[in-house]
Ligand binder design. Structure first.
Ligand code: IMP
Ligand code: MG
Length: 184
């Protein structure tokens, strides 16, 4: 990895071409599902920005876009289970058809919190699209309607995902070299 932005990357798990073709598939499925309805895509900041911007441009039906920011784990690589809304939606969503766009479902805690919160606002329905889902035993069952890639239970970066706010601008999903991870 000679690029400066890739310093510390051990190997690429999902390359750019694979991501882009999967995003097109997911977008085509959404196009077909909503027909004449105008869904509101809700991106979860900051990790979902890369996925969100590619997904929305691959969709050909009219859509609206908004973002929410919830607290994440800072520099740590494990979920604390503590979720706080840092930025809420700009508009009410009563009666709207919502598509939650997530970067990754790990423990599922963040998504579960978000879904409970959005559900209380009485949307018509909520669909969850996640680019990545970790395969791990014993986690909570959370609603995920479409997943781009199921990945092993390893910490990944790139395509929006960070480690200590770095690596979000990699165009692929990668695994870090252990030497790039600071002890907690
Ligand atoms: P969860 O609550 O454990 O499902 O994870 C919530 C958030 O943590 C995700 O939306 C990501 O932003 C972040 N996250 C989880 N796993 C990873 C990872 O492997 N790399 C980078 N961020 C992650
Ligand atoms: Mg996230």
């Amino acid at each position: 990895m000679s690029e400066k932005r890739a310093s510390g990357v051990a190997r690429i798990l999902i390359d750019e071409a694979a991501i882009q073709s999967k995003v097109k598939e997911l977008a085509a499925d959404l196009d077909a599902l909503y027909g004449d309805d105008v869904p509101l895509l809700v991106g979860v900041l900051t990790g979902a920005v890369a996925f969100m911007t590619d997904l929305m441009r691959a969709m050909t039906i009219p859509i609206n876009v908004d973002f929410m920011a919830v607290s994440s784990y800072g520099a740590a690589t494990k979920s604390s289970g503590v979720v706080r809304i840092l930025k809420d939606l700009n508009d009410e969503i009563e009666g709207r058809r919502i598509i939650v766009v997530e970067d990754i479902v790990d423990s599922g805690l963040t998504l579960q919190y978000l879904l409970d919160n959005l559900q209380r606002r009485n949307p018509q329905d909520i669909r969850v699209v996640a680019l990545l889902k970790k395969e791990k035993p014993g986690v909570i069952e959370v609603q995920v309607d479409a997943v781009g890639f199921t990945i092993p239970d390893e910490f990944v970066v790139g395509y929006g995902l960070d480690y200590a706010e770095a690596y979000r601008n990699l165009p692929y999903v990668a695994i870090l070299d252990p030497s790039a991870i600071r002890p907690e």
